[in-house]
Design a binder for this molecule. Structure first.
Ligand code: GAL
Ligand code: ZN
Length: 644
């Protein structure tokens, strides 16, 4: 069975509506509802006074309707009574301002009072519902990520730092505190990063982000353990968020959840939405080691920056099937019914303000049918990829520091671009995590964009990968520093210099949008570097500008493999050309050859999903895929087995 459903907030509605909800869910084939995410103040209206009756009725009603429940712990949004009783548990921002209640995520995860209250409410839910027949999984909290810089957090940060660095000398060295007289002579002098007069210390900022990720994880783990203890059969998860603001290192968190569950909201209303969807799904599958679950996406809206865009007919289906093709064990949405009020009163829903007689609900009904017909996919092998891209949250965070050589540096943008180029080259792509993994498997090619921080162990793993026959493509700003942001000396790209056979002695950051041409016709639009070859062969040269005639792209034979270096920010088309060339040399095959440019093919198990992102029908062998539509057929042979 593939999960199909989403966030359900019956506490926002009178009970009369609940029966209609269940009837509509049944009509759409919804088989799971996420309940209780933000219902702490309804479950515990006053400290110690619990009201579980309504939730009992909701769970029983869903169960009677054959609908499973992902039961949430409501700890992402403590009630007003809690914050008023424990003002010290409200988060403090970098300016030292204590925030107030009245939104959500108003908690400090290091606060003992908050942690105790969270354990208490989670424990009550566990006690009452751990054996409820509707319970399919626990959904702890919501999108962990709240940042706090209070004094309690400061103490927790110091404890974490002592464990990591051992003694102050090691910390002073790792943080290069000799710079600007920042040497610490007692642990108590160390604060969470707060607003400073001028540039702050990047190693300090990075350790704080690592600390915060671990601290939040501690909050998750303690709830997980008590939920597990109540019934070890029920999987426990929390929804990971994807996007521009991410406070936790999901590659690490993935080891602690029973199912990797991911929220994803593309923010491009154009064709970029499909590329973002593919990126998010491939990354989620990487975290999940092959399997994952789409926990939230917007059914009928794309939130672009500053405006909500209504999805065109068929787009809900295409996006949902894209996640499923890429390994999701279902498709879930935020949210079931659009609210009458509250901060997100116009946010996306399967049952919008206009009711079920709407395009979105009709499409959901058809999609429910499609997903039922695809139930065998739930147990199919994940998509198999022969190429991979690296992802490393600490490198992202480190490249958000002030004091970098260019304000145009964009880690997420660079990783997305690498993935997009492979997507357009029709290569099924995985992600690998050099910060947590020790080997890179059998990928024919691995692309390494902006991997700024590299440990000695990761550098050795890359060396082994190439020596054993792998093809590595490293882009500028990779290998530069050790995990604590200390620069690797002797020339960039430090950790990769030997396998790449190059030495970079100068950076020439160009404003993004600049036109840079290479002698073989490739073009770049940002950043150039002075590269000296030390064993590598030059593939292309800078054709003009300050580095005219100097190497721009190089290749080094190393062991049985090859390592390419891209010293400039290639445009999308040029990166696609280059990566396609390396993929050919590496023997990586697209899912299907000869596809029209606007058609995307994903293979999962024995099924082939064909997506037409164009505006006219596309002929793909024996199948015509309508504009904006999806066709699914056996990858082995035979006719289409499902329709979108
Ligand atoms: C998600 C979040 C939901 C809701 C949604 C907005 O990131 O988990 O609670 O805020 O965005 O559509
Ligand atoms: Zn705090």
């Amino acid at each position: 069975m593939l999960f199909f459903g989403g966030d359900y907030n019956p506490e926002q509605w009178p009970e009369e509506v609940w029966a209609e909800d269940v009837a509509l869910m049944r009509r759409a084939g919804v088989n799971i509802a996420t309940v209780g995410v933000f219902s702490w103040s309804n479950l515990e209206p006053e400290r110690g006074r619990y009201e579980f009756g309504w939730l009992d009725r909701v769970l029983d009603l869903l169960h009677a309707g054959g609908i499973k429940v992902a039961l949430a712990t409501p700890t992402a949004s403590p009630p007003p009574w809690f914050s008023l009783a424990h003002p010290e548990a409200l988060p403090v921002n970098a300016d030292g301002v204590r925030l107030t209640h009245g939104s959500r995520d108003t908690y400090c995860v290091s606060s003992p009072a908050y942690r105790a209250a969270a354990r208490e409410i989670a424990g009550r839910l566990a006690e009452r519902y751990a054996h409820h027949p509707a319970l399919a999984m626990w959904h702890v909290h919501n999108e962990y990520g709240t940042d706090c810089r209070c004094d309690v957090t400061a103490a927790a940060f110091r404890t974490w730092l002592r464990k990591k660095h051992g003694d102050l000398d090691a910390l002073n060295e790792a943080w290069t505190t000799a710079f600007w007289s920042q040497r610490y002579s007692a642990w108590e002098q160390i604060m969470p990063p707060r607003t400073t007069q001028y540039l702050s210390n990047p190693a300090h900022a990075l350790d704080f982000r690592r600390f915060l990720s671990d601290e939040l994880l501690g909050g998750f783990v303690e709830q997980r353990d008590l939920l597990r203890a109540a019934n070890p059969e029920v999987p426990v998860t929390t929804n990971f968020v994807q996007g521009g603001w991410v406070s936790v290192d999901h590659a690490r968190w993935a080891e602690e959840v029973d199912i990797v569950a991911v929220d994803h909201y593309p923010d491009d209303a154009g064709p970029g939405a499909e590329e973002e969807t593919a990126f998010a799904a491939d990354l989620a599958r990487g975290w999940g080691g092959g399997s994952w679950l789409l926990m939230e996406t917007g059914p009928n809206l794309i939130y672009t920056r500053g405006r909500m865009h209504a999805k065109e007919p068929g787009r809900l289906t295409a996006h949902s099937l894209s996640y499923v093709a890429r390994g999701s064990s279902g498709a879930m949405y935020f949210q079931w019914r659009q609210p009458r009020g509250g901060a997100e009163l116009f946010h996306s829903a399967l049952v919008p303000h206009a009711g079920p007689d709407t395009p979105v609900f009709r499409e959901a009904v058809a999609l429910g049918r499609t997903l039922r017909n695809l139930s065998e996919v739930a147990t199919a092998d994940p998509p198999a990829a022969s190429v991979a891209v690296t992802w490393d949250a600490p490198s992202w965070w480190a490249l958000q520091a002030p004091g970098l050589p260019s304000k145009d540096i964009d880690y997420l943008g660079a990783v997305r671009q690498a993935h997009r180029a492979l997507f357009r080259a029709k290569l099924q792509t995985d992600f690998v995590f050099p910060g947590v993994a020790t080997g890179f498997g059998d990928y024919a090619m691995i692309v390494v964009p902006h991997l700024y921080l590299v440990s000695d162990e990761a550098a050795a793993a890359f060396r082994d990968y190439v020596a054993a026959g792998g093809h590595l493509v490293v882009t500028y700003l990779s290998g530069i520093a050790e995990p604590d942001t200390r620069i690797r000396l002797g020339g960039y790209p430090g950790a990769f210099r030997e396998i790449l056979g190059v030495r970079v002695v100068e950076w020439h950051p160009q404003p993004s949008g600049t036109t840079i041409t290479l002698d073989d016709g490739l073009t770049a639009d940002r950043w150039i570097e002075r590269v000296e070859t030390a064993g590598a062969e030059t593939i292309s040269l800078y054709a003009g500008g300050p580095l005219a005639g100097a190497p721009a792209v190089t290749r080094n034979r190393y062991g049985s493999g090859s390592a390419w270096y891209v010293s400039t920010g290639l445009t999308d088309d040029s990166l696609q050309t280059l990566l396609s060339r390396v993929a050919r040399e590496a023997g990586a095959e697209p899912v299907l050859t000869g596809l029209p440019p606007e058609v995307e093919a994903v293979r999962r198990g024995d099924l082939l999903f064909l997506f037409n992102h164009g505006s006219v029908p596309a002929d793909v062998g024996d199948v015509v895929v309508p504009a904006g539509g999806v066709r699914i057929r056996s990858a082995v042979e035979g006719p289409a087995v499902g329709r979108g």
